[in-house]
Design a binder for this molecule. Structure first.
Ligand SMILES: [Zn+2]
Length: 270
C-alpha cells in the first residue's frame, strides 16, 4: 500500500492535469470552432483528406480546338517534340462541295455549340480560337491545351475525300508505339476516341468509319493530355456536307460528343 500510494498520487496528478488540460481546451475550442473563420478552415482541411469526389462533382477542364483558320500557314514545324520530320504549321482545310462553307467556319460553329453544351453539363471549357483570323500552328494549339492544365483536348475537324460517296465519322488517336510523350497516354486517348465516336454516331445516326490510330498528326504528337481529333463527316459528300451545316444535325453532334466526354470520365472513374 505504501508503495502504491505515490504511484496512485502521480497517476491522479497526471489525470487531473490531463483532464484539466482537455477540459480547459475543449469548451473554448468548440466555441471558437463555431466562429465562421475557424469552421471554414476546418472544412477545407477536411475536404483535402476526403477521397476523390465523383467525376460529376469534380470540375473538369476541356480545351476545344476548332480546326484550321482563315489563312493556312505553310511554314514547317516538327511533327512532334524532337522530330526531324516536319509538316505545315496549319493547313487550310477542306470546304463543302454543296454548301461552299469552309471547314474552318464549320469547325468554329460546332466548337462554340459544343462549348455551350459542355458548360451546361458543368465542365469548364476553353476554345483555342473564337475567330477565323488567327495564326495558330497545330503545335501552338496543343501547347495552349497543355498550358491550360486541361483534362482533355478535343480537336474538331471535318473530312474530305476524292470519292464523293465516302461518308461517316471517325476519331483519331496516337498508336501504342507513338515515340512522343503522348504515347504514354495511348490508353486514355484510345478510350476518348472510342467514347466520342460511339457517342457521336449514337446521337447522329452517322456511319462509324473507324478510330484511326496514327502518329502523323502534329496536334496530337505535341499534346501532353488525352486528345482526340473528331472528323465529324465528309464535306466532299454533298448529302453529309448539307447535314453538317444544318442546325438540327449540329445539335445532335454536340450532344453526341458531350455524351462521349461524360462516358470517358465515367469509365476513368471506374
Ligand atoms: Zn481538318
Amino acid at each position: 500500500m505504501r508503495q502504491i500510494t505515490p504511484v496512485l498520487f502521480l497517476l491522479s496528478l497526471l489525470l487531473l492535469l490531463g483532464v484539466s488540460g482537455c477540459g480547459k481546451q475543449s469548451p473554448s475550442a468548440s466555441i471558437s470552432d463555431a466562429t465562421p473563420k475557424e469552421s471554414t478552415s476546418q472544412e477545407s482541411d477536411a475536404q483535402k483528406i476526403e477521397p476523390q469526389p465523383s467525376p460529376q462533382v469534380t470540375k473538369k477542364t476541356i480545351v476545344i480546338d476548332a480546326g484550321h483558320q482563315q489563312k493556312a500557314n505553310t511554314q514547317p514545324e516538327p511533327i512532334g517534340p524532337g522530330a526531324s520530320e516536319t509538316k505545315m504549321k496549319v493547313t487550310g482545310g477542306t470546304a463543302g462541295v454543296a454548301t461552299g462553307i469552309p471547314e474552318y467556319e464549320l469547325t468554329l460553329t460546332v466548337s462554340t455549340l459544343l462549348k455551350e453544351e459542355l458548360e451546361a453539363r458543368g465542365y469548364t471549357v476553353l476554345l483555342v480560337r473564337d475567330r477565323h483570323d488567327v495564326d495558330l500552328s497545330n503545335r501552338e494549339r496543343a501547347d495552349i491545351a497543355n498550358q491550360a492544365g486541361a483534362d482533355l483536348f478535343l480537336r474538331i475537324h471535318a473530312n474530305g475525300s476524292e470519292d464523293p460517296f465516302t461518308k461517316g465519322a471517325m476519331t483519331l488517336c496516337p498508336t501504342p508505339e507513338n515515340p512522343y510523350p503522348i504515347g504514354q497516354l495511348y490508353e486514355d486517348c484510345r478510350l476518348l476516341a472510342d467514347s466520342i465516336l460511339e457517342g457521336f454516331t449514337a446521337a447522329t445516326g452517322a456511319h462509324a468509319q473507324m478510330v484511326w490510330e496514327t502518329d502523323t498528326m502534329s496536334g496530337i504528337n505535341w499534346c501532353q493530355i488525352p486528345v482526340t481529333i473528331v472528323e465529324m463527316g465528309y464535306m466532299s459528300n454533298p448529302e453529309e456536307d448539307v447535314l453538317l451545316n444544318t442546325p438540327d444535325y449540329q445539335a445532335k453532334m454536340v450532344v453526341g460528343m458531350a455524351n462521349g466526354v461524360d462516358a470517358y470520365f465515367q469509365q476513368k472513374a471506374g
